[in-house]
Design a binder for this molecule. Structure first.
Ligand SMILES: [Mg+2]
Ligand SMILES: [Zn+2]
Length: 186
C-alpha cells in the first residue's frame, strides 16, 4: 500500500539560503536540518528532496556541481545518522518550459511512482510560497518554514496568496514535529 512521505525543498529549508549555490563552499546545512530529517527517518517516513536548480541552465556552474552538492548533503546527513530516500531536481531554466519545474507537481509525482507514495497523505516543507503552490498542485499539504526566504515571504507575500500553508513553522525540526503529530506518530 502506498505510504505518506515528507518532501523537502532544499535551499532555505535544509541549507542556508545563499542565492545560487555555485560552489561547494556555499553549501551549509541549517542547524535543525539533521535532527529534523533523522526524526522522519526514525518514524519510518520516506524523505524526498524536490528542488529547482536553474543555475546550470543559466550557465553559472556545471550540472555536475548539483550532483556533487547532493552527494555532499547525503554524506553530511549520514554522519548525523540521517538520510534522504530520494533527491529530485529540475535543472531547467524558467524559460525552458519544462514539465518539472516547481510549482509544477511533476517531481513529486515522479517520486510517488518510484517510491510508491500517497501524495494526498504527504507533506511538502519549503521556505517559499512557490513550494506551498507546488504542494497544492500535487494534492499534498504545504508547510512554510520561516528559515531562508520564509520570514520575508510570510510577512510580505502572504496577503496576496491564493493558497495557504496548513502550518507555518520556525524551522524544519518544528515542521517535522508538527507533521508527526498530524499523522499521529509518536
Ligand atoms: Mg527554498
Ligand atoms: Zn525542469
Amino acid at each position: 500500500m502506498s505510504q505518506p512521505a515528507v518532501f523537502l525543498d532544499r535551499d532555505g529549508t535544509i541549507n542556508e539560503q545563499m542565492g545560487y549555490i555555485n560552489h561547494l563552499s556555499r553549501f551549509r546545512l541549517l542547524p535543525q536540518a539533521i535532527p529534523g530529517i533523522r526524526r522522519l527517518n526514525e518514524a519510518g517516513l520516506k524523505v524526498v528532496v524536490v528542488t529547482n536548480q536553474s543555475g546550470a541552465a543559466r550557465g553559472y556552474f556545471p550540472t555536475s556541481l548539483v550532483e556533487e552538492i547532493h552527494a555532499l548533503l547525503q554524506k553530511i546527513l549520514a554522519a548525523g545518522g540521517a538520510h534522504l530516500d530520494g533527491i529530485y531536481a529540475c535543472l531547467h531554466g524558467p524559460a525552458d518550459g519544462c514539465a518539472c519545474r516547481k510549482p509544477r507537481p511533476t517531481l513529486l509525482e515522479q517520486a510517488a511512482l518510484d517510491l510508491d507514495l500517497d501524495l494526498a497523505r504527504s507533506y511538502l516543507v519549503g521556505d517559499r510560497y512557490i513550494d506551498i503552490q507546488t504542494a497544492a498542485n500535487a494534492g499534498a499539504k504545504g508547510i512554510l518554514v520561516l528559515t531562508g526566504y520564509g520570514r520575508g515571504e510570510y510577512e510580505y507575500l502572504r496577503a496576496a496568496q491564493a493558497v495557504r500553508p496548513v502550518h507555518v513553522a520556525n524551522d524544519l525540526l518544528e515542521a517535522v514535529e508538527w507533521i508527526l503529530k498530524d499523522l499521529n506518530i509518536k
